[in-house]
Design a binder for this molecule. Structure first.
Ligand SMILES: [Mg+2]
Length: 262
């Protein structure tokens, strides 16, 4: 899930000022976390608390509300209807198929070992807002890909999983710079990037240079790339240094709880 946060931070200067330069500066003064990081942290925090409390309550909704209300004005803001959902007294799912369900799901794929549980929990994280079938599919697909990557699947095995959710994605090259915030528009772009990449950094650079919704493409690609390639320590550390203490605490606890060897 740190992969998602890295992708978000690195992509953050380019969401509204796209770059097509693959050699863009990795971090600049304007590089900061956005909604993708906040929501990912919220899901990770839910898992941290669940592990501690162990009472079976997923807490996904409560944690999303808590974190997003704590950080109400991130760079780039929140999507319109999600912003309303955060402030609502009685938050209800609103049938979204935006890419928000896919960008926040990554902690799930690391926290559970059993694939059917990963897919079920991924669905739960989507359903609280993104209960449209495409919104759920985006989250479930990303979680499945990460789970597969961390269990050693590569190349054609990962390709087969991606095609199960998005048949034929590989037949159509993405349009450079096209802004599309839907799951069904974003995931094929992310696969296009991922399957041509050969390292974590290469994946993120390709994700940003393809343009469009850069921080979220960066987050989703980063989330999947983390399961395939090692993230250089320098990249970990420089990213963490851009986050406030409360977010760093969640990340540290998450990796201690879930992946003590990492
Ligand atoms: Mg964002």
């Amino acid at each position: 899930m740190i992969g998602a946060i890295i992708g978000d931070i690195v992509g953050s200067p380019y969401e509204f000022h796209n770059t097509q330069d693959y050699d863009f500066p990795w971090l600049s003064p304007g590089s900061t976390f956005t909604d993708d990081t906040i929501c990912t942290i919220a899901i990770a925090d839910a898992i941290n608390r669940r592990i501690t409390r162990n009472d079976g309550d997923p807490c996904y909704m409560a944690n999303l509300l808590r974190w997003c209300r704590k950080y109400p004005n991130p760079k780039g803001g929140y999507g319109g209807r999600f912003a309303q959902w955060i402030q609502s007294e009685h938050p209800e799912p609103y049938n979204s198929f935006g890419n928000g369900s896919a960008m926040r799901v990554s902690p799930i794929a690391w926290a559970f070992d059993d694939l059917s549980q990963v897919l079920q929990e991924a669905e739960k994280t989507a359903m609280i807002t993104h209960n449209h079938p495409e919104g759920v599919k985006g989250a479930v697909c990303v979680a499945h890909m990460i789970w597969a990557g961390r269990h050693g699947m590569r190349g054609s095995e990962l390709m087969e999983i991606s095609q199960r959710y998005y048949p034929g994605w590989e037949l159509k090259a993405p349009e450079i710079g096209k802004f599309d915030e839907t799951c069904q528009g974003t995931l094929p772009v992310c696969f296009w990037v991922l399957f041509y990449a050969d390292s974590f950094e290469d994946a993120i650079r390709r994700a940003i240079a393809i343009g469009g919704d850069s921080d979220t493409i960066g987050a989703i690609v980063g989330a999947m790339a983390e399961a395939i390639w090692d993230i250089p320590e320098k990249i970990w550390l420089s990213t963490l240094s851009r986050l406030p203490r409360d977010m760093r605490n969640v990340i540290e606890r998450f990796y201690e709880n879930v992946l003590p060897d990492k």
